[in-house]
Design a protein around this ligand. Sequence first.
Ligand code: SF4
Ligand code: SF4
Length: 470
Amino acid sequence: MSSASAPRAHPLHVHPPRSPLRFGVRAISGRFNRARWWAVGLTQLPFFGLCWLQWNGQPLVGFDFLRQKIHLFGSLFGPQDLLLLTLLLIGGALALFVTSAVGGRIFCGFSCPQSVYTALFLWIEQKVQGTPGQRQRRQAQGAQAAVWSRRLLTWALWAIVSLALGWTLTAYFSSAPGLWQRTWQGTLGPVESTLILGYAAFAFAQAGFLREKVCQHMCPYARFQGVMGTPHTQSVMYDAPRGEPRRAATGAAHRASPAAAKTQGDCVDCNLCVEVCPAGIDIRNGLQYECISCGLCIDACDRVMHKSRRPPGLIRFASQEGADWRDTLRQPRIKVYTALLALTLLGVATTMALRVPLQVEVVRDRGVMARQLRNGDVENIYRVHIQNYDTRAHAYDIRVNSSAALYIPSLEPVRIGSGEERTLAVSVVQPYRADAHAPAQPIIPLTFVVRALSDTEQQRSRSSSFLLPR
Ligand code: SF4
Ligand code: SF4
């Protein structure tokens, strides 16, 4: 057969269908791919950078669970901030509800660490091993040495990225500069080593090998995401009335008569949308829970439509009801979610505004009940526990308020550093009165007031009682 008569490849033909999981997912450029890489940058740059930043000598973001402290952007939180933490968790859940009701699983496609790490690992794989087609050819040619050397290099690079992820996560619990020093000195503790290696192994397995199986079988969000959506939710969809019946990608249909071409849909059955799909699904089979709304099949199909001089959007974000984005945003469910989210954020703002970064506990000293002193005064001893949750040190003044003439003899203001706490034995005295009769009620209510001298807004009161000897 002469070269002139040999069948020419169709310009839109890519490859015969094959499992994208066998030789990897095919890379594609386009607006959604760009958006994905922006998401990788916007999530990973803060992740790798924030653990190094300090504020007033304290970590900008850090979790010191042993000492029950959380540093967040210049504020210090402790167990007493449970309400705030609860509100933040509720706010995060509501934000996820709104996102899911508007755009399906776009959180999964663009922000979820599993998707972000998988995108990074896939990029390394493509750079080292080439495209799925190149990998398939290498395998078919039996070039085992080349296959295995590239595979081992890929795994080595994945391991480096995984260790960097594990180390950075650990730095949020253990202070990055100190952890860096201990890493180079080889003096990491068992907890730090376990966390670094554990998270590295987790990331290596999840993003390197399990990939879409995590989203399909392990992630609970995929299961209940469906109940958060509505028929107006924007999801990635194939326009079947426009695409069907499919044209053959071999070119025969392309050269068909204009009359025949009119009866054919716009899909050329090139399978590119399946080859680029990180979830390994064919979106032309309809909406599927495995779809993470990453939009890569849209990039792929738009490219094919451009080559075939058809309008883009054969695969696009659309709703089952044909609603546009504005209609979707007007849905009652989304209004309710948004109102609840706004209320929660208002609650967070109010709690933050009213928050006093000072915690005080007062307990009576069990070993010393009411005691009569030599001069006739009556003394009670209390244990006053003060925790400074401010980002600077304070000197605290301790007083007692009572209807009786109770006072604290000779107690200097106590200085407590940021994030530190102290327990003081505090003596409270009732002066002796020669004219006093035996009390009818041997218990006098009193209130301890602890106040920061440099910031009178920082004040806490705790009720207790003063016992008189019978
Ligand atoms: S939907 Fe688009 S990308 Fe997918 S097979 Fe058809 S033409 Fe190709
Ligand atoms: S079907 Fe499209 S949007 Fe859904 S996961 Fe696959 S490539 Fe992403």
